[in-house]
Design a binder for this molecule. Structure first.
Ligand SMILES: [Zn+2]
Ligand SMILES: [Zn+2]
Length: 234
């Protein structure tokens, strides 16, 4: 089954992604939950998108370890109803949430994406984690984004060469070591600008490593787009 079939074939009446309340029209959240979705807004690190007021050269993390990607953008904070929705999407077997969340992301990131050219590349899961989860949330988000924004998805341009232990509880340096050399980019990326897509950006260690692999294979610029952005320390 193709990815778009996986998205299209799963039919549920429109319901809130966080609490399952039935919605009068297709959308991601009911009114109550939407009120609990925090937008990052315009005040964030210009490099990695971390919410907060930082100087032009970035937040302390970006200044200490400049990211290889050009810019990361996420419209929402990983908190409240959005964190709940992402958890359900990822860990509670709800691939059907890719479409409403992807559409919300497309609408919320449209302005940012006007300066982030190139095809969407899902941040790949390792095949062993794909087997345990049965779907790849970043790939499903890409399909939903592509439907709305009519940009190509190049899911063969980046692959994961090894499984990496979960990042939770690791320091910044341990996270970087944990994912070092975990990705391989295809020669097709040479000279291209690309937009890496994932559900949540936490410290960005995984996105940094994926961006390094793409740049190593000759990508011109790598942008990162995620639905949600965790605050530092999460
Ligand atoms: Zn709700
Ligand atoms: Zn930053």
């Amino acid at each position: 089954m193709s990815l778009s079939d996986a998205v299209a074939d799963v039919f549920f009446p429109p319901a809130c992604a966080a609490c399952d309340e039935v919605l009068p029209a297709p959308g991601a959240f009911c009114e109550d939950c939407r009120a609990l979705v925090l937008e990052v807004g315009d005040v964030h690190c210009p490099r990695c998108g971390e919410p907060g007021r930082f100087p032009e050269d970035g937040c302390p993390r970006c200044r200490a370890l400049p990211p290889p990607f050009t810019r990361a953008f996420a419209p929402f904070e990983h908190d409240g109803a959005m964190a709940r929705a992402v958890h359900r999407f990822k860990y509670e077997d709800r691939p059907d949430l890719a479409r409403p969340l992807g559409r919300l992301l497309a609408a919320s990131a449209q302005r940012a994406l006007s300066s982030m050219p190139g095809p969407f590349i899902p941040l790949p899961l390792h095949v062993s984690r794909f087997r345990e989860r049965k779907f790849d949330q970043a790939a499903l988000l890409c399909v939903a984004l592509a439907e709305v924004l009519r940009r190509p998805v190049e899911d063969a341009w980046l692959s994961r060469t090894r499984a990496t232990p979960r990042q939770v509880g690791l320091s910044d340096v341990q996270r970087e070591e944990n994912v070092a050399g975990a990705f391989l980019a295809a020669p097709a990326v040479r000279g291209q600008s690309v937009v890496l897509v994932d559900d949540v950006l936490t410290t960005g260690a995984t996105a940094r490593e994926a961006a390094r692999a793409l740049l190593h294979a000759g990508a011109e610029r790598v942008f990162v787009l995620t639905l949600a952005r965790a605050r530092r320390g999460e």
